[in-house]
Design a protein around this ligand. Structure first.
Ligand SMILES: NC(=O)c1ccc[n+]([C@@H]2O[C@H](COP(=O)([O-])OP(=O)(O)OC[C@H]3O[C@@H](n4cnc5c(N)ncnc54)[C@H](OP(=O)(O)O)[C@@H]3O)[C@@H](O)[C@H]2O)c1
Length: 327
């Protein structure tokens, strides 16, 4: 496992880290035993950074991460999120009172006195016009309830606005072979300001693992079933917003580029790590074998320029017209 600086925080995080949404909920049933075995496997493989949120399984994901931290001696940095407990996203919802309640809940779930990194969880775009919200986050840092804060965003333009606030340490954004705009528009600015970047949905919700088929079935409580067209939340969070059939076709094009011995997941993650502005990718996983597969990407050889160019070509031909300007 290799490690990279997380912005200006002083932490060096595993370039393949772990996203703890699926072990919380909205991805079909994952038993507590499987969830914990998956988390332990991640730490065994050198993962020292975990992304979770208060709403993943209504605190379940955070509580599982707390169990992991209790059981392990290694330092594990945990990023959580706040804001999605609002029944409807409004700027007024990001009040001091609500933020205090969400932070206190996460502190309890994570069994800790201070949150390592609190991210606003895809708030409305207009929130970035409100310095008073970021001033409140500064107050929480001063009070010792959070060590650092960052944002999780849907759009590149939100990311650019967010890093105008000097104490935003990290931006979490969808970045993968099917979502390339952040590299064009955002990465240079983030690097210049030494803001950490967490690449989320790195496997396009499993599409880029190469295992999915036209007839793959998903449980009723898996967002790949219930949010395929954005019925419950932003469609960009499910398969990166790529039409499923088209995504499968593009995956077959990418499969032809695999170096000998690499899995599709490793290739997709290695592609992300080719961008040095990225601090880490945070693939989700439900089973230890998946985590082991993904973590191996860290030690894969860099992809040659001609392979990078071919991924760009596949993206430009098949995916770009549908997603590039949307997020
Ligand atoms: N708004 C936000 O802030 C937001 C939104 C989305 C995600 N996130 C964060 O980003 C993290 C990663 O994104 P994601 O979990 O949505 O999607 P992802 O990492 O692209 O896909 C994860 C899923 O792919 C499958 N998988 C993973 N590794 C595999 C492997 N090696 N072989 C085969 N299948 C594999 C697993 O599901 P199956 O086994 O069921 O196929 C796993 O749950 C999340 O966990 C969360 O922490 C944040």
């Amino acid at each position: 496992m290799n490690y990279r600086h997380l912005g200006r925080t002083g932490w060096k995080v595993s370039d393949i880290s772990f996203g703890a949404w699926a072990i919380g909920g909205a991805w079909g049933h994952v038993s507590e035993e499987d969830a914990l075995a998956t988390l332990h496997k991640a730490v065994d493989a050198g993962v020292n950074f975990i992304d979770t949120a208060d709403v993943y399984g209504d605190g379940r994901s955070e509580r599982l991460v707390a169990q992991l931290r209790k059981a392990r001696k290694e330092e594990i940095v945990v990023a959580t999120k706040a804001g999605r407990r609002l029944p409807r996203q409004t700027i007024e919802g990001y009040s001091r009172e609500n933020l205090t309640a969400w932070i206190d809940d996460s502190l309890r779930n994570l069994s800790t006195d201070a949150l390592d990194l609190l991210q606003l969880h895809c708030p409305p775009t207009e929130l970035y016009d409100r310095p008073e919200v970021f001033a409140m986050l500064d107050d929480f840092v001063r009070a010792g309830k959070i060590r650092y804060y960052g944002v999780s965003v849907q759009k590149v333009e939100e990311a650019l606005k967010a890093i105008e606030f000097p104490n935003v340490q990290t931006v979490q954004i969808i970045f993968n072979c099917f979502r390339q705009r952040p590299a064009d528009v955002f990465f240079a600015a983030a690097k210049q300001k030494k803001v950490g970047i967490l690449a989320r949905v790195p496997l396009a919700s499993g599409l880029l693992t190469g295992k999915l088929r036209a007839d793959s079935a998903f449980a009723a409580d898996d967002h790949r079933n219930f949010n395929r067209h954005g019925e419950a939340f932003d469609v960009g969070e499910t398969f990166s917003g790529v039409d499923y059939k088209l995504g499968l076709e593009a995956v077959e094009d990418i499969r032809r580029l695999l170096p000998a011995g690499a899995t599709m997941s490793q290739f997709a993650l290695r592609w992300i790590l080719m961008f040095d502005a990225v601090s880490c990718a945070i693939p989700g996983g439900k089973r230890p074998e998946q985590v082991a597969d993904n973590c191996n990407a860290s030690d894969q050889l860099p992809l040659p320029p001609e392979i990078m160019a071919q991924v760009e070509r596949i993206y430009s031909q098949k995916i770009r017209p549908l997603v590039h300007q949307r997020w």
